[in-house]
Design a protein around this ligand. Structure first.
Ligand code: FCB
Length: 452
């Protein structure tokens, strides 16, 4: 049976390194009637948006099963649980609080705290209330202020019982996939839309961060960004330049404004009417200090120059792929972390998502997903290598606790370390979940560098 092993003296084998599992509201909760509609409800109801034609109405019925689910998280022995709050479950359209919805999260957080787990809350994991989308969604600057208000209300309700707040999860996906390519909700398209949405998301982050810090000064406050290491298809100058643009457009576009207070140079490549309108003071709001950076990593991406010198993706030719068709590239994970460390003065880092969809089969009550365990093994070792190279990484969250609604791919892709039978809602810990739990439970107190 495949195991997850780390070098004997690894910092990650001490209890100073935090391990967790992650989920998000829309992907697991179900109970649509308990909340207002969000952009994903609308998107799912449109033809040809979701590969298997499904939606989030039922999902993992986590609202009904949350107690067992948290007991399951605890049974893995992890230190922390990363969840997201559904904005349309806790706020009514008139700005008042949905008491039942908020109570759900208060109970959830209390339960986690009582079980000694650290709670990592993400305020926005893509489920924008539909009534805000009807006013333009992230294309409307006002949405950033609505987000700040929502963030304040959540922080007042959950307070410092939350160990770490993250304003946004992967604004790249919200902006680029949701408003530029249209493959995610709300399905809008165009460069100008994508860049405008990204700017308003970053502004929302900055505005909310300030409020979160005021209300919960002892919690950690940060943001979760996704990165894919960018590799050039060849050594030609054209491909190398295109790859640099891709990195700036997809990765640095979100991090550089936060850490350096400015957009990367690639912004100059855009036509004037494609660039976001940056009001005076915006970049100062966006670049307030963060306590930590959440990094989500799954794979690298290879780029080449197209006929106009702009970047285009080269699909993998490798056969070492996950069920998403993503290359398994742990070395690129280390490379990414070390590269960010060299480019910026980074705050402490948590790996807030990492994992793999595989073609799981439940046979005789077991899922022998050695492929996923091998993925965790190689990627946790990649994190170890980055720490050895000087990157300050404090923790790691496996994506995901359990199989769930994988956005435009519906339920066709399974990322869980726990298998979900959607007919019965039965949860079964996969072999990878057992391997992860074994690693977590094998840690020792205290860590002295270099001593076994
Ligand atoms: C990330 C998302 C997460 C999940 C994984 C596979 O981009 O944050 O919700 O879908 O990908």
């Amino acid at each position: 049976m495949q195991k997850i092993n780390l070098p004997d003296n690894s910092f990650m084998l001490s209890k100073d390194f935090l391990y967790g599992v992650a989920t998000s509201s829309f992907q697991i909760e179900g109970d649509r009637k308990g909340r207002l509609d969000c952009i994903w409800d609308t998107f799912c109801s449109q033809p040809h948006t979701i590969e298997d034609g499904t939606n989030g109405d039922i999902a993992c019925e986590h609202i009904a099963n949350w107690k067992q689910d948290i007991a399951l998280v605890d049974s893995l022995g992890v230190d922390a649980y990363r969840l997201s709050i559904s904005w349309p479950r806790v706020m009514n359209a008139d700005g008042s609080v949905n008491g039942i919805g908020m109570r759900f999260y208060i109970n959830l957080v209390d339960e986690l705290v009582s079980r000694n787990m650290k709670v990592f809350v993400t305020l926005y994991h893509w489920d924008l209330p539909q009534y805000l989308e009807d006013e333009g969604g992230w294309l409307n600057r006002k949405t950033a202020y609505a987000f700040e208000k929502y963030a304040r209300i959540v922080a007042q309700a959950l307070g410092e019982k939350v160990h770490a707040y993250a304003t946004l999860n992967e604004p790249f996906c919200s902006a680029y996939l949701g408003y530029e390519t249209g493959i995610h909700a709300p399905g809008k398209t165009g460069v100008a839309n994508g860049r405008k949405a990204a700017h308003h998301l970053l502004l929302a982050h900055g505005l909310a961060l300030k409020s979160l810090r005021e209300i919960c000064p002892n919690s950690l406050h940060g943001i979760v960004l996704n990165f894919s290491t960018c590799h050039a298809a060849s050594n030609s100058d054209a491909d190398k330049t295109a790859t640099k643009w891709a990195d700036e457009y997809h990765n640095q576009w979100y991090l550089k404004p936060i850490l350096d207070g400015q957009y990367p140079a690639v912004i100059e490549q855009l036509a004037q009417d494609e660039r976001p309108v940056v009001a005076e003071g915006d970049m100062e709001i966006i670049s307030q200090p963060i306590d930590y950076l959440g990094i989500n990593y799954y794979t690298r991406t290879v780029y080449r120059a197209d006929a106009s010198g702009w970047f285009e993706v080269v699909p993998p030719t490798d056969t070492n792929l996950t069920a998403m068709g993503w290359e398994i590239t742990p070395d690129a994970f280390t490379e990414l972390l070390v590269d960010l460390h060299h480019r910026y003065t980074l705050p402490p880092i948590y790996i807030t998502e990492n994992g793999a969809a595989m073609d799981d089969e439940l046979i005789d009550g077991e899922v022998l997903d050695n492929d996923r365990t091998a993925y965790f093994h190689s990627h946790l070792n990649a994190v170890h290598d980055a720490i050895e190279k000087g990157v300050d990484i404090k923790g790691y969250f496996a994506w995901s606790l359990m199989d769930n609604f994988e956005w435009a791919l519906g339920y066709s892709k399974r990322f869980g370390i726990v298998y979900v039978d959607y007919e019965t809602q039965k949860r079964t810990i996969k072999q990878s979940g057992n391997a992860y739990a074994e690693l977590v439970k094998s840690r020792i107190n205290g860590y002295i560098s270099g001593i076994k």
